[in-house]
Design a protein around this ligand. Structure first.
Ligand SMILES: *[C@@H]1O[C@H](CO)[C@@H](O)[C@H](O)[C@H]1NC(C)=O
Ligand SMILES: *[C@@H]1O[C@H](CO)[C@@H](O)[C@H](O)[C@H]1NC(C)=O
Length: 376
């Protein structure tokens, strides 16, 4: 009954192979027909309204969903579409959903999708993978095209799950719902403590949501409540309705590595991480502040604080990229210390969209115990 060493090895390799395949079941990037380029036939449409639940390949729709082509007249505006030439609009009671397959249980995934609002009212988009769900405000527009890409995250409970996107408000006007295009997924990896012995995790922002290679405006990370998952692992965005922008080195100047964050909403957004500390012990936080080379010109100021420590870091931006390093020393008062970053002022690019300082490469280390001020 004993297996030979060779067959045991073969079995082991087989199992390892299965595990690897299971782990890579979801490919980072666009979901099947995630850009809605494959659409309904003429007979499945009444005007632009999609009449059959399965008319859009890979998706299931309900309620008032319209299929929109680039350049189509919508009320008094002409619609550009960010990816390809087609998108959907969620009207009354509308939702679109797709079954995600090949998920790895207990793994976190981020969803990136692009949205545009069509009416002046405070539009929202709800994204859910039961039991997780989030309502994302899309009131503020951060790009000149009118399309913004948002991120959201969930933790997989099973290997398959329905991803659903809908409009949580019943609109008075059925044509007032948000436009949706380009839906992508990315597995989030638990960030290790990179390079140094920094106590902060993902301080270099190398782990984050999917960014479309052809979308040069970064991806917005919305505010979340404490029980929600962050598409920017280990970090929480605190705000009422505003966001933080996740930017890539392909399209922006980032101080270090492939990614950084841009604080685009002034004092209305705070970037927060909680770390375990020893009360009374001193710590040093070090970080890079600069501009993303995206034309955000002017006097940028980042404020960082932790416990009783606080520092304001001014940065004169020409809008062409660059950064400097800053430090904050503080003494922990509790077993858990919240480190917080904010942009102190509001800036706009020449195209009228909000912008702000980039932040990257944050590390936090305890100071040696002997490092005490003499006259305390
Ligand atoms: C198409 O829409 C129009 C206007 O809403 C409606 O009057 C008509 O009955 C619809 N046609 C079909 C086949 O559902
Ligand atoms: C939305 O759906 C609910 C239940 O499915 C229905 O009662 C309601 O009338 C719908 N609203 C609109 C505006 O279609």
């Amino acid at each position: 009954m004993a297996m030979s060493t060779t067959s045991r090895c073969v079995l082991l390799l087989f199992l390892v192979g299965l595990a690897a395949r299971a782990a890579s079941g979801v490919i980072d990037g666009l979901l099947p027909n995630g850009n809605f380029e494959q659409g309904p036939t003429k007979s499945q449409l009444n005007g632009s309204r999609v009449m059959s639940p399965h008319a859009i390949p890979s998706w299931e729709i309900s309620g008032f969903v319209e299929y929109i082509e680039s350049g189509q007249q919508l009320g008094d505006m002409i619609l550009p579409v960010p990816e390809g030439s087609r998108a959907v609009r969620l009207g009354n009671n509308a939702s679109i959903r797709q079954k995600l397959v090949g998920l790895t249980r207990r793994t976190y995934y981020s969803i990136t999708f692009c949205a545009a609002r069509t009416c002046a009212q405070a539009e929202k988009v709800r994204v859910s993978v039961v039991p997780d769900s989030g309502v994302l405000p899309i009131q503020t527009v951060y790009t000149s095209s009118g399309w913004d890409c948002y991120s959201w995250a969930f933790k997989a409970k099973h290997t398959t799950a329905w991803l659903s996107i809908d409009d949580p408000d019943a609109e008075d006007d059925p044509a007032c719902g948000p436009l949706i295009d380009s839906v992508a997924i990315k597995a989030l990896h638990h960030p290790s403590h990179t390079k140094t012995d920094s106590m902060l995790k993902n301080g270099d922002f190398e782990e984050g949501p999917y960014i479309f290679p052809n979308f040069p405006w970064g991806v917005l990370v919305p505010p979340i409540t404490e029980d929600e998952n962050s598409p920017l692992p280990e970090w929480t965005i605190m705000s009422d309705t505003k966001v933080l922008k996740f930017v890539d080195a392909e399209h922006f100047k980032v101080p270090q590595g492939k990614y950084a964050v841009e604080l685009v909403a002034g004092r209305e957004t705070a970037l927060v991480q909680e770390v375990r500390t020893t009360p009374g012990r001193s710590y040093k936080m070090s970080f890079a502040v600069g501009d993303a080379g995206n034309g955000c010109q002017g006097s940028l100021v980042v404020e960082a604080y932790a416990a009783q420590g606080k520092v304001q870091v001014p940065y004169e931006s020409q809008g062409t990229g660059g950064h400097k390093r800053a430090e904050l020393e503080f003494a922990a008062a509790d077993k858990v210390t919240r480190v917080v970053f904010q942009s102190m002022n509001y800036l706009m690019k020449p195209d009228g969209t909000l912008c702000g300082p980039v932040l990257d490469d944050i590390s936090l280390v305890p100071l040696p115990k002997k490092h005490r001020r003499l006259f305390l």
